[in-house]
Every structure is written in C-alpha cells, then in structure tokens.
Design a binder for this molecule. Structure first.
Ligand SMILES: Nc1ncnc2c1ncn2[C@@H]1O[C@H](COP(=O)(O)OP(=O)(O)O)[C@@H](O)[C@H]1O
Ligand SMILES: [Mg+2]
Length: 354
C-alpha cells in the first residue's frame, strides 16, 4: 500500500523480502533475500535513497553494517526502544505517559503473587503471539518461557488506536480515534470503526497521549498507537508500531490523505497532508477460512463487489492458511448502522477457501 501511494507520486520502490511472491512484489522491484544476507542488503542499499520498514523484528546490528543510519526512518534508536516491549513500556513510563502497571520478571514463580496478569515476551511477539493472560495458579503452566515481563490485567472497556504522523521538521498530523472491536471469544480482531463511539474528552486524551508518545521518541514516520480505555475511564498506552498500521487502512478511502501517502511524504520531505476524515468508515480483515490451505479462492466476492461504498483490497498472497490475513475491506457510509449492516453481510458472504 506504501508502494501504491508512492507510484501515484512517481516514486520507485524497491523492497527486500524473503518471499519472491510477497504482496509488494506485484508492483515493486523486489529483492528476494533473508533479512540477514549482507550481500543482498548491500545490493538493496545501493539502489535506494531512503529506507523504511514494515515490520519491527529486524536485527538492528545487521542493518547497521550495511545501511547508513541517516537513511533509515523511523530511526534505529526508535526501533530499538519499540522492538523490546519491556524497554518500550519503561521508556514511556519515564516520559510520564500513562501505561498499565508492569514489572519485569526473572522467573515464572514470581508471577504467582501478582495474579491476575498479562505476561508478555519482551521481543518477537506479534498479533497476540507472545502475550498470555494468566488469571489463576493453574494458568501458570501456559506462562511464556522466555525473557518476559508482566502487566496488570486491564479491565478493558474499549481498545482504541490512532495514527500519528511526524516529519523531520516536527510537523504532526493526528488521525481520528479508531475503535478496535475484538471477537468475544478470542483476541482476534472483528472490525475497526472510525470515528470511535466515545466521549469527546476521551478522544482528546487519546490523541494527546499518542502525540506525546511519538514526540517522546522523537519519531519521524507514521506510527500506529494502540491504547486501552478501561472501565474506570483511564486511558493507557498499550504499544506503538513504528509504521503504517492496520488501524489506519481506512484512511485510504475515508481521509483526505492516507497514512501511506503521509509515510511517503515524510520519507521524501514533502509537506504533510490533511488527516481530516471525510466519511465514517469500518475495516474488516479478509482472513483464510478455518480449513483453508492452498491456492486461495475468494468465494462470494462478486456479491460483495455489488455493494456501494465497499473497497476491497486483496494482497495477492499465493497461499491461504486458516486465519491468514489475505486482504482487507473498507466500508464507507455516513450512516453508522449501514456500516455495521454491510459488515455483517460481508462476513457472512465472503470466504477465502482453497
Ligand atoms: N495489560 C493488558 N490487560 C488486558 N489485556 C491486554 C493487556 N495487554 C494486552 N492485552 C490484550 O492482548 C492483545 C495483544 O497485546 P499486545 O501487547 O497489543 O500484543 P501484540 O503485539 O500481539 O499486538 C491486546 O490487543 C489486548 O486485547
Ligand atoms: Mg497490539
């Protein structure tokens, strides 16, 4: 999606990805390489003026050997803080940003006296992997056996997210607050809806916390900021992604400038665009069906395409697996009930099978 926006402004994108069929390769020059192959990284570096990344789990020392640090945005210092969730929480706490209570643990026995907690691996987690909820002593058998820390189990009213863009001159754009609605029985995202149905003063708090966090990092780039609103009305920072974020996909259709275009603007030192939302939006992930494994077939796609205000993004992954993210759909409508109605229809109608 970055590359799609870059093309509109006639920039060329070179990607580096281990998968020759990675989604970006449809429109970029893709160098097929592991993230640790120094030769290939050098070839990549020689081809580009500026470098960004779309995943946090990159080995910083490897990158430093090949790519000049002043070519990389967000900076490697920012990445280093964010990569380690414990470091990230400690950093934001020191900067006075509200975060849930948290504590480093050296061994699993220490957890007992703090139950209930959420235990998180310091590094390597994503999409809920590396996060476990431990309520009772019996749950300790599920504890993560890797460097980790614990957080208070927040009594969540809503999970919220907001995109913050900041450029090298310190100019900032903040997007509206997104309500991330999770399925009741798991931590799978159900849908995202914007604007979130919360009080104005909460929205302001969310945006202020998100901006402070990005400023504290001296972050240059696009940041997806995840927060909790708890049942007592506290707004707490959960985590930051140093890149365009799935909670900002709606900006493509619903805002004056998308998060991806902003990313390209930051990287090329062009002025930031307006982050104004012009119409309410809802985003659904397109996931592989429970039993799907193999070449994807998009069942019901024609039905969904007949709907007004429905924008389908298929990432072009060659293989579908159960719950693999194959694309997303953004629905726009001035009527919030219609957004939900269409979302329900799409969920029933569209299946990615094999
Ligand atoms: N302290 C917490 N209290 C309650 N739920 C939490 C807490 N931390 C995380 N969660 C739940 O776990 C999910 C994943 O945690 P997160 O730290 O965002 O990891 P990931 O990197 O996998 O997104 C969150 O979206 C939230 O639903
Ligand atoms: Mg998260």
């Amino acid at each position: 999606m970055d590359a799609q926006e870059a093309k509109k402004l006639s920039f060329n994108i070179v990607t580096l990805d281990p998968d020759p069929n990675c989604p970006a390769s449809l429109i970029t020059e893709n160098i097929v390489s592991s993230f640790s192959d120094l030769e290939k990284l050098k070839t990549f570096n020689d081809k580009v003026d500026i470098v960004s990344y779309e995943l946090e789990h990159i080995d910083i020392d490897t990158v430093k050997q090949v790519i000049p640090e002043d070519k990389i945005y967000p900076s490697l210092q920012v990445l280093e803080v964010i990569q380690d969730k414990f470091k990230q929480k400690s950093f934001f706490q020191k900067k006075g940003i509200p975060v849930p209570f948290f504590k480093e643990i050296k061994n699993i026995n220490e957890i007992k006296e703090h139950l209930p907690v959420v235990q998180k691996a310091k590094v390597g987690g994503y999409d809920g992997k590396g996060v476990v909820v431990l309520k009772k002593e019996e749950d300790l058998k599920n504890a993560i056996n890797a460097p980790s820390y614990i957080e208070e189990l927040v009594d969540i009213e809503k999970e919220l997210a907001v995109i913050v863009v900041r450029n090298a001159y310190g100019d900032i754009r903040v997007y509206p607050v997104v309500d991330m609605v999770f399925e009741k029985d798991g931590n799978l995202l159900d849908y995202l809806i914007v604007p979130a149905d919360i009080e104005e003063n909460i929205k302001i708090q969310v945006q202020e916390i998100a901006i402070s966090a990005v400023e504290a990092l001296d972050g240059i780039g696009v940041f997806g900021v995840e927060l909790f609103l708890d049942k007592k009305g506290r707004v707490l920072l959960n985590e930051i992604a140093p890149r365009p974020h799935n909670s900002g996909h709606y900006t493509i259709e619903a805002c004056e400038t998308s998060q991806f275009e902003q990313h390209i603007r930051v990287l090329t030192n062009l002025p930031l665009g307006s982050s104004k939302q012009v119409i309410p939006a809802l985003t659904l992930n397109i996931l592989g069906d429970k039993n799907a494994y193999g070449k994807p077939v998009y069942q019901g796609l024609s039905e969904v395409m007949k709907l007004d205000g429905v924008y389908i993004h298929i990432y072009g992954k060659k293989t579908v697996k159960p719950l693999r993210k194959m694309g997303h759909i953004t629905i726009i409508d001035f009527d919030r009930n219609k957004l939900l109605e269409k979302a329900n229809y799409i969920k029933k109608t569209l299946k990615v099978v094999s």
